[in-house]
Design a protein around this ligand. Structure first.
Ligand SMILES: Nc1ncnc2c1ncn2[C@@H]1O[C@H](COP(=O)(O)OP(=O)(O)OP(=O)(O)O)[C@@H](O)[C@H]1O
Length: 258
């Protein structure tokens, strides 16, 4: 059994009287191995965020099941951490204390709290911004803090909903490199929702291309895990081959949706 199992997930949004007005997911199944990075890509409205929120436990599936390390989930849990498009840091807390927020919720006390938060602060390269408030951080720094906050609870699975979507392309590329290096250090299992083809190919071991409410194709990216030389990766044959395949799968999904 895979580390994360998504089993036949159906999600209908209903009115209070029970009438279905939107079927966001129509029987989605896939497994993610421990330490794997999966990119979820697909046309707008195909159900990516809904699926991620169900895996996180923020949304309940109409039917189907999600299992992490063999255990069925029920609601949110510390086995899963989430990074949002906007880091949603608490404005009155400094960077260290924002990163420590989940640990505090988990019941971790001082001095372990500051030690662990400090470790993740360093991991994402924010030691110099330890005492700054969110309004004193750039967009990229806020996302780094959001990633550190999610990692600090030491989840089995890291879920990322367009984490770099609001950043300029240069910052985005820098953070791709940083995420790859964090992954090399922590070996976390990651699912990342993205609209960006290059992001999907650069980061993922497999790209799940969704079509409306279901999975269209799952495309493996055989670039190995050492992608530190991003220029070499981008100019490789495998990169351009897989980019084209995903582009075609996306266009199929869009045609089907239309
Ligand atoms: N709370 C909700 N109530 C009703 N319908 C919803 C709700 N959330 C999502 N939907 C519907 O479910 C479908 C999937 O939405 P979702 O946000 O998961 O798509 P997405 O693929 O993440 O889209 P995008 O790429 O634009 O962010 C859409 O038709 C959307 O309108």
């Amino acid at each position: 059994m895979a580390h994360l199992e998504v089993q036949n997930i159906v999600k209908s949004f209903r009115t209070r009287s029970g009438v279905e007005f939107a079927r966001a997911l129509d029987g989605v199944s896939f497994g993610v191995e421990k330490g794997e990075i999966i990119a979820l890509i697909g046309p707008s409205g195909c159900g990516k965020t809904t699926l991620l929120r169900i895996i996180m436990g923020l949304e309940t599936a109409t039917s189907g099941q999600v299992r992490v390390a063999g255990r069925p989930i029920s609601g949110c849990g510390y086995d899963r951490g989430m990074v949002f498009q906007h880091a949603e840091l608490l404005p009155w807390r400094n960077t260290l204390s924002n990163i420590g927020y989940g640990l505090e919720m988990k019941g971790v006390k001082e001095p372990e709290l500051s030690r662990a938060a400090g470790h993740y602060l360093e991991l994402v390269g924010l030691s110099h911004a330890r005492t700054r408030r969110p309004h004193q951080l750039s967009g990229g720094m806020k996302q780094r803090a959001g990633i550190a906050r999610a990692l600090a609870i030491d989840p089995e699975v890291l879920l990322m909903d367009e984490p770099f979507g609001a950043l300029d392309s240069q910052t985005r590329e820098t953070l791709h490199g940083e995420l790859l290096s964090i992954h090399a250090k922590t070996g976390k299992t990651i699912i990342i929702v993205t609209h960006d083809l290059d992001e999907a190919v650069m980061l993922a071991d497999r790209v799940v291309v969704m079509r409306k409410g279901s999975i269209g194709q799952i495309i493996p990216v055989e670039l190995g895990r050492d992608r530190a030389d991003m220029r070499a990766v981008r100019t490789s044959e495998e990169y351009s081959r897989k980019r084209t395949m995903i582009w075609e799968a996306l266009h199929d999904s869009e045609r089907q949706a239309a």
